[in-house]
Write a protein of this length. Structure first.
Length: 113
């Protein structure tokens, strides 16, 4: 499985971004998909994930602001990020998990105050 993340950028506080992670290969729908982020000087943290059945999990810090979704027909998972805060700044990495974990490259998000 190869994953290609996109959609990062520079946004002002309160703004929105939508990250996309497109996967190659077959049987995309069986994977749990998600996003981690790593802020400068901090450990990587789980932001959100969505299972093959559509169950979602979010970090407490993003609940109510971020929404993860998937389109299995397009082999793509999305992370809609609203009401962005400076603390959301970091590199965002998508992953796919099923027996093994596959990682995409990071996409940088910068929220300026």
């Amino acid at each position: 499985v190869q994953l290609q993340a996109s959609g990062g950028g520079l946004v002002q506080v309160g703004g929105s971004l939508r990250l996309s992670c497109a996967g190659s290969g077959s049987m995309f729908s069986i994977y749990t998909m998600g996003w981690y982020r790593q802020a400068p000087g901090k450990q990587r943290e789980l932001v959100a994930q969505i299972t093959s059945g559509g169950t979602t999990t979010y970090a407490d810090s993003v609940k109510g602001r971020f929404t993860i979704s998937r389109d299995n027909a397009k082999n793509t998972v999305y992370l809609q990020m609203n009401s962005l805060e400076p603390e959301d700044t970091g590199d965002y990495f998508c992953y796919a998990s099923y027996q093994y974990v596959y990682w995409g490259q990071g996409t940088q998000v910068t929220v300026s105050s």
